[in-house]
Design a protein around this ligand. Sequence first.
Ligand SMILES: [Zn+2]
Ligand SMILES: [Zn+2]
Length: 347
Amino acid sequence: MPTVNAYAAPSATDPLVKTTIERREVGEHDVLIEIAYSGICHSDIHTVRGEWGTIAYPQVVGHEIVGTVAAVGSAVSKHSVGDRVGVGCMVNSCGECENCLAGEEQYCLPGNTGTYTGVDRDGTITQGGYSTHIVVVENFVLKVPESIPFEAAAPLLCAGITTYSPLSHWNAGPGKRVAVVGMGGLGHMAVKIAHAMGAEVTVLSQSLSKKDDGLRLGASHYFATSDPATFKELRNHFDLIINTVSAPLDINAYLKLLRLDGALVNVGAPPEPLPIQVFTLFNNRRTFAGSSIGGIRETQEMLDFCAQHGIASEVEVIPADYINEAYERVLSSDVRYRFVIDVATMV
Ligand SMILES: [Zn+2]
Ligand SMILES: [Zn+2]
């Protein structure tokens, strides 16, 4: 089995360290990818620190992966050596349940195989993208359009699809008023994508500190949620609210901002249950919903959409030995808007 360089968490409390891991041999349906860049998602930090449940260590995380195909199995037809490709949050699914058959592999009924901490088909625990190479079954490998710079493409594989999918499903577009709650890794992509879809975009952020960026990225309006006047002024206003914040919010205050048939969709994942006032849903026939990444077909659609509209992530490229410091900066919201590891520094 090929041994490759990686950065792994040795425990829930120790910093990530440089190490080596084994990748499986390239099977007939597999693609070997030489990784160029790997994004840092907040989920990576929750996972390695055991905040989303106990995991086995050492663990390599990272599910915003872009790189070049270095080898393909004998039965691979979708990808060739030299292709620019990407891998997101999942690397396999059952392929047979009704959700997989509908192209919504992220909702695979027996559960999709996560890019890290998942149980792979050979029984091993999947290891993610903070690594020089990865082997993935061809159906879960995306094509990254030439026009998107590699480093700016990496975060599209999680932050991009996580926001594109609900924006598309709830028909963000011309004539629709869309609010994005939170201006972080997910939020900045939601602003760009919703704007490119033709919607009128408003950012609802704790403060106005990122207002200039929000307007530059495509928002028409920017409000501070720390100001109670915001919630009076925007009452019954939005068709769609994408909530990217994982901290608990007064969700009823946001639901009241929805107009007739409006929907509030959570893509941030607060660890605690949220109290919902059902009468707030009665008014205006409002919907409260959740959404998780997107299927493979839709992820490709998102990449092609971003290429067509000339959009990608705003990134800060870092060397691998900066990962631990980057984690602390993500936790203090000190990044505009996504850290991306230059994997060449891992060799
Ligand atoms: Zn992620
Ligand atoms: Zn399935």
